[in-house]
Design a protein around this ligand. Sequence first.
Ligand SMILES: [Zn+2]
Length: 209
Amino acid sequence: MKDFVRFPAKRLRKKHLISKKHEKRISKIYYSSVGIYPDGGAHRPDDHKLHDTMRAITMIILHCSATRAGQCYTLEQCRRDHIRSGMQDIGYHYYVTRDGTVHTGRALSQAGAHCRGHNKYSIGVCYEGGLDAMGEAADTRTGAQRKSLRTLLTRLHEQFPDAIILGHRDLSPDTDGNGRITPNEWLKQCPCFDALLDYEDLEPAGLFG
Ligand SMILES: [Zn+2]
């Protein structure tokens, strides 16, 4: 959360290395995540509580499994690898395989382990894929995956209407401190597509001004 909190929103309006539209989106995400939304704080994390036992959810973070085209990486393999790396269970709440099946991972009431610094208030959704046959980052979502992801995200949006849907890479630290998260700062390409753009219609009301 640290880098994100320090995100200098003021500078977002200065020089552009990214498009104005993207800059605006990232700025709104910043405001929302730190609870100082320009509307005077109506979007504080506490407002996202469904009920007492549910966590407050401010973000739905999309990931890819970084699996090459044509290769298989099942829910069980993902869970096994996460456990081997020291986690208690699979780090994601949902895992969508190439055939479009939506597998459930962790319970929504439990914090995931998928995006350092942002797990407490987020839901992690991962799709199988993300690399082309050569191992380069690519949007490899199959038609079935696209359909399932949209259905899943629509449902989550209904449940958590104020949660921002974005990609893992959109939360990379602003390493050069220029107020913008540019592609050269992406720690990973994950999820290898522009989630903010793809699910623009499922973002919180007013997010894009
Ligand atoms: Zn990721």
